[in-house]
Design a binder for this molecule. Structure first.
Ligand code: ASP
Length: 442
């Protein structure tokens, strides 16, 4: 396969109506290297609209309960028919609709139902572009336990696409060993795009969405944040874990493994470069930090015990107490005789007493308490490794903004510094950090 092949994936808002389809076609057809197109189901056309995937879940729910689902199904048909009409395409999906409706009545499965949005939308897009339509079900495979099988898929899909010049492939689903349809988790068309890029050894995986890539900070917190031009997979992982959205987390693995960069692009602003996600980059980052992300809703279990540092197995016992209660921890900064374990408050609700009792029983601490309303902020950047004084600048920015830092955790990779603040300080702290590192260009 020629190695200049590009795989392009378009999200639901990029394919929500005929107008968006036209933008997509002009993007795809402007470069002959854009040979394989992965499509989502039609998303929201305006705020308050319903995504076709959600309409399908709702409709199938009615069918499953044995209720009449005609009206809900008609509404889905109309979403697709209006696109076909407005694009003046000479095709009819009536036969497909009839088959799908029949399958709903026979309870063909929730995953099958949800997958039909991508399936039908890709048929329309293939007709509009004049590309082949390829159903991924026989090629994108899951194992008996429902885990995606990259090796089998790469072999099957690679072979199928080697014999194809240009195609549209529905995102979001594949099939189980018994050939029933299985979907990825929500937003999973991103994963399909990554899998296709892996299978054809693409030069790049372009992921087209409705924003021009990642921003240095959350735009609901910082006004007009700068875009991130280049980010490494590792930096992205740190930021995504802290809540920075845009790309499905599982979409990274197949391309990362093959060393294929991802370019996040904006269908509504194709002139923007977007963000490049790469394995390694020689390009120094524009700022010392690459991005800031954070999350609220955390609690800290504070543990103190004299001579804790010399007690073998102390940490293990604390974590055992959490494990026994089915709680995973987010961070665990420790001092000489103190240890803090940061956990999701939601996971702790109703289990506080059981957890404290268990720690008391196993560890006999001198002091043990839970503090709530903590927020974590991750300051991430490959540039921090080389820059001196990053921590100094960070903490002076926070001090100037009169923010009390409750916790500090720096990973040994020097790729990130995580700080804990009161939830009510979260926004001000994020802005202070942004202003310090990004506003005056350093
Ligand atoms: N249509 C699916 C969803 O809404 C998958 C996707 O768009 O990636 O989650």
């Amino acid at each position: 396969m020629s190695n200049n092949t590009k795989v392009v994936k378009f999200g639901g808002s990029s394919l929500a109506d005929a107008g968006q389809f036209r933008k997509v076609a002009s993007i795809v057809l402007s470069e002959p290297e854009r040979r394989f197109v992965v499509a989502s189901a039609p998303g929201k056309r305006f705020s308050g609209d319903i995504k076709v995937t959600d309409m399908l879940y709702g409709c199938y729910e009615q069918a499953f309960r044995g209720e009449n689902f005609d009206k809900a199904f008609d509404a889905i048909e109309e979403r697709f028919n209006s696109i076909i009409r407005e694009l003046e395409l000479d095709i009819s999906l009536q036969k497909e609709f009839d088959n799908i409706k029949d399958a709903f009545a026979h309870r063909a499965g929730r995953d099958y139902a949800a997958s039909r949005g991508e399936y039908l939308n890709s048929m329309i897009l293939a007709a509009f572009l004049g590309f082949e339509f390829i159903d991924p079900a026989p090629y994108i495979r899951f194992d008996e336990t429902g885990v995606f099988d990259l090796d089998t898929t790469r072999a099957l899909l690679g072979e199928r696409l080697a014999n194809c010049e240009k195609a549209v492939i529905p995102g979001f689903y594949g099939s189980m060993p018994n050939d029933t349809i299985k979907t990825f988790s929500r937003g999973g068309s991103d994963i399909t795009g990554s899998i296709v890029a892996n299978a054809v050894d693409a030069v790049i995986y372009e992921n087209w969405t409705d924003v021009s890539g990642f921003l240095i900070a959350n735009p609901t917190v910082v006004e007009n944040p700068q875009p991130i031009k280049t980010i490494t997979y590792r930096e992205l992982r740190e930021l995504a874990y802290m809540g920075a959205g845009v790309l499905h987390e599982d979409a990274i693995f197949p391309v990362r493994k093959a060393g294929i960069p991802i370019n996040i692009r904006n269908t509504n602003k194709p002139e923007d470069d977007g963000t490049f996600i790469v394995a390694e980059t020689a390009q120094t980052s524009e700022y010392t930090i690459t991005g800031i992300a954070g999350k609220k809703g955390l609690s800290v279990i504070q543990i103190e015990k004299d001579m804790m540092n010399s007690e073998i197995g102390f940490g293990k016992n604390v974590l055992r107490a959490l494990e026994k209660n089915g709680i995973s921890f987010e961070h665990m900064p420790s001092g000489i005789d103190t240890m803090s374990v940061v956990v999701n408050s939601e996971a702790l609700i109703g289990k506080e007493k059981a957890v404290l009792d268990e720690i008391n029983f196993r560890c006999h601490p001198d002091k043990l308490e839970i503090e709530n309303n903590l927020a974590l902020i991750a300051v991430v950047g490959r540039g921090m490794r080389k820059a001196r004084g990053t921590a100094g600048r960070l903490f002076s920015a926070l001090a100037h903004a009169r923010i009390n830092v409750k916790m500090i955790d720096q990973g040994s990779s020097e790729l990130n510094i995580i700080i804990g603040v009161e939830e009510e300080d979260f926004e001000a702290a994020t802005r202070a950090i942004y202003d310090m590192f990004v506003l005056p260009k350093m």
